[in-house]
Design a protein around this ligand. Structure first.
Ligand code: PEP
Length: 252
């Protein structure tokens, strides 16, 4: 019922020419894999070039962030209206944005609403910090993040949630499959309470945090995990291809 999704978050890596080279290494391999939605999220300045390079393929494109206004005097910002001509997905509320750019629940909510309004599919990132995890606050934290991000959001179609425990991002210390599955089923239950059971059942929920070709199977085997948001390993064509191939084999 839920088509698995693997998204690569290239973060602030790759120049335009490096981005073209990287997608060139992956394009034909990724295109051959079906039964999995494949998304790459390069930096803003490479969206157009990567979009050109994947034209006619089954690979989809995402941005890593956006501003919530459509246009105006916001020097340096990129709007949903601009993105919708270039890509289909947009990552919103990544923990690095929350941490380094002070994005609050209120700002993230504005971005989620603006993305949906523009016709983009938000990949909404939520997850607890190490100290919150150790204090047994995971459920409270992710529920609060969900509730604040989704104020005024009525229609969940197109929304993707990525559960990314902050302590697992870029640390090489991934959660276990069981841990991630447990929190993701809790997120699905919260969504059923906030919306309704059917909407929650068809919602895609990904795991993110130090996913590699060596551990992807552990996550994908779990019933509640619908795919992964992959950072570091998405910058290596062989790793990313292996992650997508294993996902197709297990879940597709
Ligand atoms: C991410 O950036 O969303 C992420 C999960 O990074 P990494 O895979 O490098 O931990």
């Amino acid at each position: 019922m839920r088509v698995p999704l693997i998204a690569g978050n290239w973060k602030m890596n790759t120049t335009v020419s490096e981005a073209i080279a990287l997608i060139g290494e992956m394009r034909s391999g990724l295109d051959k894999i079906d039964r999995v939605e494949k998304v790459v999220c390069p930096p803003f300045i490479s969206l157009a070039a990567v979009g050109e390079a994947i034209k006619g393929s089954s690979i989809r494109l995402g941005a890593q962030n956006m501003y919530f206004e459509s246009r105006g005097t916001y020097t340096g910002e990129i709007s949903p209206l601009m993105l919708v001509e270039l890509c289909q997905f947009v990552i919103i509320g990544h923990s690095e944005r929350r941490q380094y750019f002070n994005e609050s629940g209120e700002i993230i909510n504005k971005k989620v609403r603006a993305a949906i309004k523009a016709g983009l599919k938000p990949i909404l990132c939520i997850g607890e910090k190490l100290e919150e995890n150790e204090a047994g606050q995971t459920e409270a934290v992710v529920t609060e993040q969900l509730e604040s991000a989704l104020v005024g959001v009525g229609d969940l179609s197109g929304l993707v949630i990525a559960y990314e425990p902050v302590w697992a991002i870029g640390t090489g210390k991934a959660a276990t499959g069981e841990q991630a599955n447990e929190t993701i089923s809790l997120i699905r239950r919260s969504m059923a309470n906030l919306y309704h059971k059917e909407a929650a059942r068809s919602l895609l929920i990904l795991y993110g945090g130090s996913v590699t070709a060596d551990n992807i199977a552990e996550f994908i085997k779990q019933p509640e995990i619908d795919g992964a948001l992959v950072g570091g390993a998405s910058l290596n064509a062989d790793q990313f291809l292996s992650i997508v191939r294993q996902t197709a084999k297990i879940k597709g």
